[in-house]
Design a protein around this ligand. Structure first.
Ligand code: TYD
Length: 137
């Protein structure tokens, strides 16, 4: 669906009861969700991530607070996004090195993932990641 990291608008319905957001498989994302995890209570300016995935696709949404997500395809292309709204999500294709920088301890970062947790899908060494990208290109 998206070959590059892309911000997706998440539909919202606002009425007197508040706000409701939703997204759908096939319409908004091109993968079935096999796992959901969420990151919270990260101290201001702390970083997480520092890894890439070989196969995993993800959709990230920040609810409350803000998180910067820096992405790198290992081939010289870098991207930076700030998620700070439940009406926006970041689609991350496989094969991107990511660093998440949290701006606020109240940030809840929800991640919808295409695969179950699998340590063999992770590359946690940046140089190894660059070599891997050269080989699969
Ligand atoms: P880690 O990959 O270091 O977190 P981040 O995505 O912020 O870089 O994961 C932290 C710990 O949680 C590590 O021991 C692996 C474990 N974990 C799971 O068991 N299942 C999961 O779905 C995830 C995302 C992590």
């Amino acid at each position: 669906m998206y070959k590059k990291p892309t911000i997706i608008k998440i539909e919202k319905i606002i009425d007197e009861r508040g706000q409701l957001n939703f997204f759908e498989i096939d319409k908004d994302i091109d993968f079935l969700i096999k796992r959901v995890y969420f990151i919270s209570n990260v101290a201001k300016n702390k970083e997480r991530g520092q890894h890439a995935h070989k196969k995993l696709k993800q959709l990230m949404i920040a609810v409350g607070g803000a998180v910067e997500i820096d992405l790198d395809d290992g081939l010289g292309n870098k991207f930076s996004f700030v998620l700070n709204s439940s009406s926006e999500a970041l689609y991350i294709p496989c094969g991107y090195w990511r660093v998440l920088k949290f701006f606020d301890q109240n940030t809840n970062c929800f991640v919808f993932a295409s695969q179950k947790y699998d340590t063999s899908d992770y590359i946690r060494n940046y140089q190894e990641f660059v070599e891997y990208k050269k080989i699969i290109e």
